[in-house]
Design a protein around this ligand. Structure first.
Ligand code: ATP
Length: 399
């Protein structure tokens, strides 16, 4: 059973082969009042109707994912308040088929979340030569640069629903595929401390190594945000989760975290061209390696990549620079300034980082869908250049 404060989810999987997709609610009326009154931004509240719920409540995808499973976190947020779930969507996909099985909810949710994107989503563009000239960025302000995306492998439920056995099978497929990488990409797979599913490292890496990887911004943490608990992302932790990385830790693949795969390229400094070219090579290599073992990726002709969270679908791409901007980030209009330029600024230790303010921000593109990868990275490059120019103006004014 999962619990957090007053919240409890008593649903369990009876066997390691069972997927997680309960029928949580009986009727729309079970949650209608709380949902209707939910304050703040919540796309689920704006889109879901009784008629829609009645149409889908008894349906399941071919892999067994219920409609309730997809909306559980949004309903929890409505019942338990803003602090419970910082997400603004209220929907996650239990598998890729949810998008087409429950279209009356999923299409408007995707369109709303991505601000009415240009659809169908354009084909991928990983052509580094089309990036803007990065010399417009003053490198003195940049600590490091990172580009990540996610990928889903066909035939498996997504992390909110995947069974323990399927997670282990997926880990086996992916690690087999990653072992075929060569040259700069060649590396090893490191299962989380305590994971018993990877035969070559039967108890995973040691806790110290794991903590060091997290501290150095390479590895994800155990899900403790309530929002992730609502969707039961913590099930069977830490088994069948881990990270593949090359020797330099510049090419990394996360396995079985919030997506089947997260593919990451990162390095110190501001050389986005080098980071993006490595990212492109890693994405191509991972896709080819998966296909060579008979596995397709979940790419929808309409929405692009289907990942667990509607907010990441499309390219799944987040390109970021970790920059030191103590003056600009302290301005009252900083958040809005970033939003106006389609940028998001996170604290220096990830999405859920706490209040400690060191003046460092991880600044990235906001959009994921309706534009190709090169376009999104260029939005980040231009935005970071403008942000540093603003920081310099504030420095000059303070003298
Ligand atoms: N440019 C960067 N340089 C170094 N580390 C970075 C950079 N951008 C992000 N990181 C680090 O990557 C780790 C993961 O970040 P975070 O969880 O916020 O985002 P994500 O991996 O893109 O996924 P999600 O958006 O789903 O949370 C954190 O440790 C974060 O500080």
């Amino acid at each position: 059973m999962a619990s957090h404060g007053d919240w409890k989810d008593e649903t369990i999987c009876q066997s390691s082969g069972e997927i997680h997709a309960p029928r949580y609610f009986k009727e729309f009326e079970d949650f209608a009042e709380a949902l209707g009154k939910a304050p703040g931004e919540l796309i689920l509240r704006d889109v879901l109707t009784k008629e829609m719920y009645d149409r889908y409540k008894d349906e399941k995808t071919a892999l067994g994912v219920t409609f309730d499973k997809c909306i559980k976190g949004g309903i929890d947020k409505a019942r338990l308040g803003e602090k419970w779930n910082v997400g603004k969507v209220g929907v996650l996909f239990g598998d890729a088929e949810c998008v087409t099985k429950y279209p009356d909810l999923m299409h408007p949710v995707i369109v709303a979340r991505h601000g009415n994107p240009h659809l169908p989503h354009p084909p991928p563009n990983l052509e580094g030569s089309q990036l803007m000239d990065q010399s417009i960025i003053d490198e003195k302000y940049v600590i490091s640069t990172r580009v990540r995306t996610g990928r889903s492998i066909s035939g498996f439920p997504l992390p909110p629903s995947i069974s323990a056995d399927q997670r282990k099978e997926l880990e086996g497929i992916v690690t087999g595929a990653l072992q075929t990488l060569t040259g700069e990409m060649s590396g090893d797979y490191y299962p989380l401390a305590g994971s018993t599913t990877y035969a070559a490292k039967p108890i995973g890496i040691d806790k110290e190594t794991e903590e060091r990887l997290i501290k150095d911004h390479f590895l994800f943490q155990e899900p403790d945000e309530p929002m992730l608990l609502s969707w039961r992302m913590e099930r069977d932790w830490p088994h069948a989760r881990g990270i593949y990385h090359n020797n330099d830790k510049t090419a990394l693949v996360w396995v079985n975290e919030e997506d089947h795969l997260r593919i990451i390229s990162m390095q110190q400094g501001h050389d986005i061209r080098a980071v993006f070219d490595r990212f492109a090579a890693l994405v191509r290599a991972v896709e080819t390696a998966c296909k060579s073992v008979g596995r397709e990726l979940e790419i929808s002709p309409m929405y692009g990549n289907i990942l667990s969270c509607p907010s990441n679908c499309g390219t799944g791409l987040r390109a970021s620079m970790m920059i030191k901007i103590p003056l600009a980030s302290a301005q009252p209009n900083f958040k809005q300034w970033c939003a106006d330029r389609k940028l998001q600024a996170r604290g220096s230790s990830g999405f859920a980082s706490g209040a400690k303010d060191d003046g460092i921000r991880d600044v990235s593109n906001v959009d994921r869908m309706g534009k190709d990868e090169v376009t999104l990275v260029n939005e980040m490059i231009k935005g970071v250049a403008d942000l540093i120019a603003w920081e310099k103006q504030l420095e000059a004014a303070a003298k």
